[in-house]
Design a protein around this ligand. Sequence first.
Ligand code: HEM
Ligand SMILES: *[C@@H]1O[C@H](CO)[C@@H](O)[C@H](O)[C@H]1NC(C)=O
Ligand SMILES: *[C@@H]1O[C@H](CO)[C@@H](O)[C@H](O)[C@H]1NC(C)=O
Ligand SMILES: *[C@@H]1O[C@H](CO)[C@@H](O)[C@H](O)[C@H]1NC(C)=O
Ligand SMILES: *[C@@H]1O[C@H](CO)[C@@H](O)[C@H](O)[C@H]1NC(C)=O
Length: 563
Amino acid sequence: MALSRLLVTVGTPLASALIYVLCIGYRKRARIYRLRQQGIAMPDGWSWWFGHLLVLDKKLKKLPHDANVFMAMGDMIEEHKDTEYFLMDYWPMFQPVLMTFAPEIAAQVSNKLDLPKPADQEKSFRPIIGGPSLITMNETQWKFWRSLFNNGFSASHMLSLVPTLVDTVDVFCEKLSSHVNGDIFFLDDMAMNLTMDVIIKTTLDIDLDNQRKEHKLARALNVILDWHSFWDPRILLNPLRIPVQWYYGRVMDTIIKAELQKRFNEMKAERTTDPSNQPKKAKSVIALALEEHMSQKQRGINQAFETLKLDPQFATIAANQIRMFIFAGNDSTATTLVYTYHLLSQNPSALAKLREEHDAVFQSPNAGDRLRDDPALINQCRYTLAVIKEALRLFPPSSSLRDGVAGVSIVDLQGNQVPTDNLNVTIMHRYVHVHPRFWPRPLEFIPERWLVEPGHELYPKSPLTSYRPFEHGTRNCIAQTLVYNELRVALIMTARKYDIKPAYDEWDSRENERLGVFASVAKNFGLKGNECKTVLGERAYQTTRSGAHPANRYPCRVTLAQR
Ligand code: HEM
Ligand SMILES: *[C@@H]1O[C@H](CO)[C@@H](O)[C@H](O)[C@H]1NC(C)=O
Ligand SMILES: *[C@@H]1O[C@H](CO)[C@@H](O)[C@H](O)[C@H]1NC(C)=O
Ligand SMILES: *[C@@H]1O[C@H](CO)[C@@H](O)[C@H](O)[C@H]1NC(C)=O
Ligand SMILES: *[C@@H]1O[C@H](CO)[C@@H](O)[C@H](O)[C@H]1NC(C)=O
């Protein structure tokens, strides 16, 4: 009696929960099934129970365990040459995603339809960024903030920050010099320390000097990242995660807000003293945004500037924006710098040309001082820019993710309508960038293609849609000039001084030694296979780590350049 009562009281909600899950599951599964019937392109091997996860898993098994998931999709790209998009069903992990590598479809997503940013991205980034920021904001809120920041990231303002970049790259050179003829080191880590310093100096005007000694802002961020995962239950379910991330988020906010207050006070002081006292130093991005905001506000309420206070709500979101700049820019820029050196190490003739350009533009080996005096010299380094563009073409650090919209369809290459209701859309930059319909000799590193005139055999077709490392449309990367400037300054100041060479062979044999007897016994007994260590023949393959960092953080050696 008691048992059956228990079963009824506990069992009913359980059973109804189960039925509910099955119903939702069935509805979602049936939808994919219908889309399949309608002829929406999707990879073979779809299953009612696991969507395309098993198909993907099979492809992933052929790659190193940490290879970027996009690299597993090469076969699917081949199989969908006719539509140039396909639907990946990630059930039960995520919503189904329409994946595309057609520049024509990408242009619809980013420009014509301007599909919205993923609705729940803000929530998943919250522990790192703290709340709403440019990268996740919806249309309405985004417009206000983007217009505040556009001026700070403009080409002319970015040029005024070149001397700041030179100072930061000077420390990078000091770091490289300390490894000359030394042991293997990880260029990826060194590059991240550089990009972190650059972002904070240019946007907030604090010199973290994080390349020499870990700054407390960087440390707070690193703790938050150590406790971050989008999926790992061991981290997500740990009761300490939320308080720890909250605490270190506060640490970051406190540092950033104190700086904001300082900038605000400086602004006030500037206005009340003689206006002809022009500030000598270039302003940070946040200082310009603050000025813009305050003058908007002043116009709105017609109040004397001296009586205005720093609006706490504004300060909170501004602090998020700074945290987001680090999140969006630190890994991506560092990765690009490392791949640029990597490609140069594999292409000696390109490196020679690069050095010739730097000799021609700067004459003296000390390019830093020349740049400080005349920042516009970077614009004369056309080959340098071509090298960077080519690195970003072959190893784009990001891709673009958008939400579908009910009633909005994409038109595929045959003119068929593909509804986007309840789907997500991803533009796979890597595959757009090596698309044979648009790129002659797509897989080769040829900086010259960026310097030839239209009509030349190397000239890419429709570069405005077929090249999109920073995306296009309203939600494109706000910081592309900063990135191009930083990478140009870094190359100008290092390419003639150093030879950087990957040291994967040595690294791998050391690792094997370290794993020692146990691993080799296991291998001999067939318990552990020789795991594949390259992707398409590339040992420095892109990994899953945010920003698609090169494998093993790029172990390498540096020597002084022999010319
Ligand atoms: C090589 C380096 C970088 C690459 C390849 C890159 C790429 C991108 C891409 C593809 C997007 C669009 C994302 C989407 O459509 O989903 C984006 C947006 C953005 N990026 Fe970057 N980025 C880089 C560096 C940076 C840096 C250094 C910063 C900041 C200092 C930055 C700030 C932003 C912001 C704020 C957005 C959002 C813009 C908006 O929605 O208004 N990025 N970036
Ligand atoms: C996919 O789209 C849904 C519905 O718009 C959205 O809630 C979700 O955040 C998106 N998923 C991802 C991974 O972006
Ligand atoms: C956009 O976000 C703001 C702030 O979170 C919110 O108040 C507003 O309703 C949102 N608008 C739309 C159209 O979603
Ligand atoms: C940014 O750079 C620092 C190194 O200065 C690194 O520890 C951190 O993991 C990087 N990534 C992000 C998302 O901040
Ligand atoms: C990066 O900076 C941290 C301190 O901020 C330092 O401990 C680390 O050694 C640096 N990494 C490299 C490769 O220089």
